[in-house]
Design a protein around this ligand. Structure first.
Ligand SMILES: Cc1ncc(COP(=O)(O)OP(=O)(O)O)c(N)n1
Ligand SMILES: Cc1ncsc1CCOP(=O)(O)O
Ligand SMILES: [Mg+2]
Length: 210
């Protein structure tokens, strides 16, 4: 079984446009990201398949797990993990289609009830957030570190914290119970691959010390 603890890097089609895509992602994985989510909202299935296929090889090289956002068909085609939000389809069906071993994550916003439903439906992890201001998804419902503490007591599943996570605020989330920190801008907003790698290493080291 995969260890679901550490940095969870999430791609962004604006931050990682064109030439940046592979070097920036490579740097995140080199810095220790354990999970990588391919999050691309464009309606270009051929490009999405192509990019996700490249990411799958890169993840295999680094021993990381690839997760596809929203798209069960693509996850099934590549035989990789899947992240589903509240409006992204039925988690139970996804579990049936992808099998027992697949990593399937569920958005729970700030709701322990959503988390309970996700657990029942066979989720591999439950994701709460946003915890801080997020430039990537400013309208996402807000959650607090206190919710993480409650979730930690109530659930045995790995807990993901997402939304405005940076090296500065990460320790508080890990201390409150987060097993994985999902990061877009705090990682891929960096000006160079070297800085992406430095930040990824910084996030990863926090999980060894806290
Ligand atoms: C790890 C993780 N947590 C939450 C989300 C948000 O999913 P969703 O609510 O479906 O929103 P979109 O990302 O699809 O805009 C996520 N992607 N990953
Ligand atoms: C997809 C998503 N869901 C809740 S917040 C968020 C965006 C996370 O991106 P960032 O790390 O840039 O705030
Ligand atoms: Mg979604």
């Amino acid at each position: 079984m995969h260890s679901l603890r550490g940095l969870y890097a999430i791609t962004d089609s604006h931050l990682l446009a064109g030439e940046r895509f592979m070097p920036w992602v490579d740097a995140a994985l080199a810095g220790g990201a354990r999970l990588l989510q391919y999050r691309d909202k464009s309606a270009d299935p051929a490009r999405r398949r192509d990019e996700a296929t490249q990411l799958k090889s890169l993840c295999e090289y680094y021993g990381a797990q690839l997760i596809i956002n929203d798209d069960l068909l693509l996850a099934s085609e590549l035989q990789v993990g899947l992240h589903l939000g509240r409006e992204d389809g039925c988690l139970g069906e996804a579990r049936q289609q992808l099998g027992d071993q697949a990593i399937i994550g569920a958005t729970c916003h700030a709701s322990l009830e959503f988390a309970s439903e996700a657990q029942e439906a066979g989720a591999s992890y439950i994701a709460f957030g946003r915890f801080f201001q997020s430039v990537t998804k400013p309208g996402a419902p807000a959650a607090t570190p206190c919710l993480l503490e409650q979730a930690r007591k109530q659930f045995h599943l790995p807990i993901v914290a997402i939304g405005g996570v940076t090296l500065h605020n990460a320790p508080q989330l890990i201390s409150s119970g987060a097993s994985l920190l999902a990061v877009v801008n705090g990682l891929f907003g960096a000006p160079s691959p070297a800085e992406v790698e430095r930040r990824a290493r910084g996030f990863s080291e926090l999980f060894q010390t806290l």
